[in-house]
Design a protein around this ligand. Sequence first.
Ligand code: P6P
Length: 326
Amino acid sequence: MYDIVTLQAHILQQQARYPDATGTFSWILSAISISAKMIAAQVRRARLEDVLGSAGEQNVQGEQQQKLDVIANEILLRLLGGREGVAIVASEENEEPVILRAQNDGETRYCVLFDPLDGSSNLDICGSVGTIFSILRKDQSSTVAEDSLLQPGLKQVAAGYVLYGSSTVLVLTIGSGVDMFVLDPSIGAFVRVAQGLTIPLRNKCYSLNEGNRLTLPQGYQNYLDWAQRSGYSSRYVGAMVGDVHRIMLQGGVFLYPPTKKAPNGKLRLMYEANPMAMLVEQAGGKALVGPGQRILELQPEGIHQRTCVVLGSSEEVDHVMAHVAG
Ligand code: P6P
């Protein structure tokens, strides 16, 4: 009979490895876990409770906010707001960061950045959607809150995502490997199903929006020609969490290159690319902006800045970069 380890137990097991841990960080992960359960419940009942569709507003990205974007955002703000250890939260849905506890009283506090409902346009067609989160230690020396957020991805202390798919899956790293949990609705708990996830070195599968093909830089078009001549398959669900989760388990490569519409890439560095890059690298994969440029080394200049993304199996990322470098 296998050992049943819930996410809560896993978090406490990890905390026990740090004798001087105060539990502040664990409480933040616990807030994310509860938020994920609440969002999952909303997603599963969206059609029944008529919370699908647009909220009639645009977010800071100029994208149509879905009703559930707003609901998911409010759940995370409320749950994280109740945690003493959270100094600042930043969300895709809020133009400015929310400063919860700015005083530098010597206590270690954290910044939590998130995309509350990534890929929410998939909701209406019952497609995959997800929550992506990134946790940074608050820089106690910074007096301007936003400066504390603008840390490179290498400084993340934790990153993860929740995939609201055929089951609700939470994938988490706190810097020592990647662990996976599945929500068991019968007990209302995330149960650990895998530890130390590693991305297969290779898998002949690429994931990008082929509709952009003709406006991609030539190196990416050359890569696609090569991949299709080499018998690659293509998978793309239109929600980063869904595409990255497939890669975490089966390998392959996900790309969001520069396009005519998004010359700097479309995905947001702070709460999409950085957390996914930490997870992918922790699982033995690669996550690059371009040849030799790790996503995690980028110095952010704004919390909503966008970046190009090529991430996944080590050898598959190499194939892309060999063509991009020309
Ligand atoms: P496109 C969803 O809007 C998102 O931010 C990511 O989750 C997803 O990978 C990407 O944009 C999809 O963008 O341009 O292919 O629709």
